[in-house]
Design a protein. Structure first.
Length: 494
């Protein structure tokens, strides 16, 4: 198969670009739409590309008269921008003129642009810059044969490319609890990627029916089961709805296997998965009517595909549910992980903070009642939505991400002094806080590589998530030596 190199000689763009649209347009928001596409992403180590093929991504589409809008048409790079198009007179075709402003970062403006394949490269054809879709039965199907990409002012692509785009109704309904049913707060304890986790979820009982909220906390996702004696069963493969935190539509899938934590000398502990889907009618729980708790030894997935193991899933093992009541408590101190520095060639850096939803005694507390403050070089940080008191569960999918209890942050401003964080827990009018924890960037910056024997190396990707030492791509590695000194280095794994 021929490899496409995403490149383009510098060309001054003189075409007028449609301004960036960040506010939700007026009009009818089309419900339960899914985004399907093929795509490519640059591999900066080889200057070639990796390909992906996806479906089931949640699509946000608004129609207002002859105008139609698609939010975040580059599905792997979510900034909340809407791409504007026009329907023809009989409503059978939608045309999206490019360039359109996609985002501005650090004073640099980036554009959505249609590109074409020329030999082994992609380039903008300035005589044909329209992305065109047919529109029938509520489905948008790309027909122009081009590639939608993010380009800089010179017309050079800088990020993901998507093509063969189809946006269509998902055509499935979630079995939701009755509107007047009482929601109860339950503590859910489980294992995910080999780590013990806990959180609160909503549970609804209606006769012999039971509804459990998605473990990611999405208000629109529900598992539906039935109680029969001391058994509670949930149909395998059922559609759970659209989970905005995962960005896709999800399904309940029975699975087997395990996640082992393997120690790699010098690199610490890493999860190794052998999980596969299994053919089962249901996931079975044991139901205890006396204390209204339920649990299972069967593994299951919240999976973004109805019929195959997806790359986008949450594995859940040894799940147990018990009623939960709020109690005033003092949250445990957070732990600030490595600051990457501004990564050369990318223009941004990352740091991560582990904020456990535990109190100082090690007891579970409800993350829905937690929030935090972050300080960068003495200044209180604002989240993309403007909050400085940032909810524990907040994520915008780009600048602040959440994985378990680890919160990762992307910033385009260099950090030269220190990072601080303090966590708060509110129950009614009672607010209690952790210590204000500091991470001194200067004392943990790059040090003498011969300072001592390496005792640990922690690896992170650009989203702040821990990765295996062998994971391809750019890694931020924090090296800890026997004398306690740390060194932060950047490396590309091919």
């Amino acid at each position: 198969m021929k490899t496409i190199i995403i490149t383009l000689a510098a060309t001054v763009i003189v075409m007028t670009a449609t301004a960036q649209i960040t506010e939700t347009p007026e009009g009818e928001q089309l419900k339960n739409m899914e985004y399907c596409s093929k795509g490519m992403v640059p591999d900066y180590a080889s200057m070639q590309v990796n390909r992906f093929d996806q479906n089931g991504i949640i699509a946000h589409v608004v129609r207002n008269g002859n105008k139609i809008y698609i939010q975040d048409p580059i599905t792997h790079y979510k900034v909340g921008t809407w791409m504007e198009g026009e329907l023809n007179a009989d409503g059978t075709q939608a045309v999206f003129h490019t360039p359109q402003v996609f985002t501005s970062e650090q004073g640099v403006t980036y554009y959505l642009y249609r590109m074409e394949q020329k030999g082994t490269s992609l380039a903008v054809n300035f005589d044909n810059t329209d992305i065109v879709f047919s529109y029938a039965d509520g489905t948008l199907t790309q027909t122009d044969g081009g590639y939608l990409s993010i380009c800089n002012v010179d017309g050079r692509t800088t990020s993901y490319v998507e093509y063969d785009i189809t946006i269509r109704p998902i055509g499935l309904e979630v079995e939701c609890p009755p509107a007047d049913a009482v929601r109860q707060s339950y503590k859910m304890a489980y294992e995910c990627q080999g780590a013990s986790m806990s959180k609160t979820v909503d549970v609804v009982f209606s006769g012999n029916d039971v509804y459990v909220g998605s473990p990611t906390g999405s208000p629109d996702c529900w598992m539906h089961g039935t109680i029969d004696g001391d058994r509670m069963t949930f149909a395998n493969g059922q559609f759970l709805g659209g989970d905005e935190s995962m960005g896709c539509y999800v399904y309940l899938k029975a699975a087997e296997g395990k996640v082992e934590i393997v120690n790699v000398p010098g690199f610490g502990d890493w999860p190794v998965s052998t999980i596969t889907l299994i053919d089962a009618d249901a996931i079975e729980f044991t139901w205890n009517a006396d204390d209204r708790s339920f649990s299972t030894t069967q593994m299951y997935l919240i999976n973004s595909s109805p019929d195959r193991m997806s790359d986008n899933y949450i594995d859940i093992a040894k799940a147990s549910f018990e009623p939960y009541a709020e109690m005033a408590a003092t949250p445990a101190d957070p732990v600030i992980q490595a600051w990457s520095g501004i990564v050369e060639g990318f223009g941004f850096g990352i740091f991560a903070i582990d904020m456990p939803n535990r109190d100082t005694e090690g007891h579970f507390i409800n993350q829905d009642n937690m929030y935090y403050n972050v300080y960068i070089d003495g200044e209180l940080m604002q989240a993309p939505n403007g909050d400085t008191d940032i909810p524990w569960n907040y994520t915008d999918g780009q600048y602040i991400k959440l994985s378990g209890s680890v919160h990762s942050f992307m910033t385009y401003t260099d950090i030269t002094d220190r990072i601080g964080v303090q966590v708060f827990y509110r129950v009614g009018d009672d607010v209690r806080s952790s210590s204000l924890v500091w991470y001194d960037v200067k004392s943990t910056a790059i040090s003498d590589v011969n300072a001592g024997t390496v005792v640990r190396t922690d690896c992170y990707n650009l989203q702040g998530h821990r990765v295996s030492p062998s994971t391809p791509g750019l890694q931020i590695r924090q090296i800890t030596r026997a004398d306690g000194s740390r060194q932060t280095v950047r490396t590309i794994v091919k």
